[in-house]
Design a protein around this ligand. Sequence first.
Ligand SMILES: Nc1ncnc2c1ncn2[C@@H]1O[C@H](COP(=O)(O)OP(=O)(O)OP(=O)(O)O)[C@@H](O)[C@H]1O
Length: 204
Amino acid sequence: MLLAQGLACLRGDRLLFKNVEFELDTGGLLYVLGENGSGKSSLLRMLCGLMLPESGTVFWDKKTIKEEAENYLSNLTYIGHLNGLKDDLTALENLTMSARAAGNEVSEDKALAALAAIGIERCANLPARVLSQGQKRRVTLAKLWLAEGKLWILDEPFAALDIASVTVLAAKLGEHLSNGGMAILTTHQDVTIHAQSTQTLRLS
Ligand SMILES: Nc1ncnc2c1ncn2[C@@H]1O[C@H](COP(=O)(O)OP(=O)(O)OP(=O)(O)O)[C@@H](O)[C@H]1O
């Protein structure tokens, strides 16, 4: 279970948000919404332990994410709003490398199957630099098909995707949640994802 208590975020001299609280359990989906610059990405980075809150605490299974770092990180898949692909590596190499960096040694066949799941297998051997924005996003998102942990934190996962890919990703999220996973995501799009429980947190 993920619990956020009293989170506040200061960027420069601007207090972006304060008193942010929520609890997310098995099968739960949390949408973080708000206008550009309201602090959605900052909150997601905070939940991943990549940024310290001005005040407040994030708990995983009743311990702080600092105390539980190893267990927490093994359960966490974070996809930021930037794709973070290496331009000179192929789509397949990028995917296998990022899985390896997350401690998940995947075979080439498994990585190819993940690329196929999001319809990008024909780009597997192309360098990332020649891919379109939507193709790059799909290569990055393919890591969800290899992820083993419970919690997915996704910053604008649907951005740049075509309609078919939005449908595939929404279905994958629904499957993850029905298998006992949890997800937190930001989006500016209206996408239906099936979840046992859905919450919305609006930053203003
Ligand atoms: N390192 C930084 N130093 C100072 N201000 C920053 C820093 N990083 C982000 N900000 C500011 O914090 C605010 C919130 O940024 P953030 O990326 O969290 O917003 P967001 O809600 O995700 O926006 P968007 O919908 O445009 O992606 C913005 O005004 C941004 O300029």
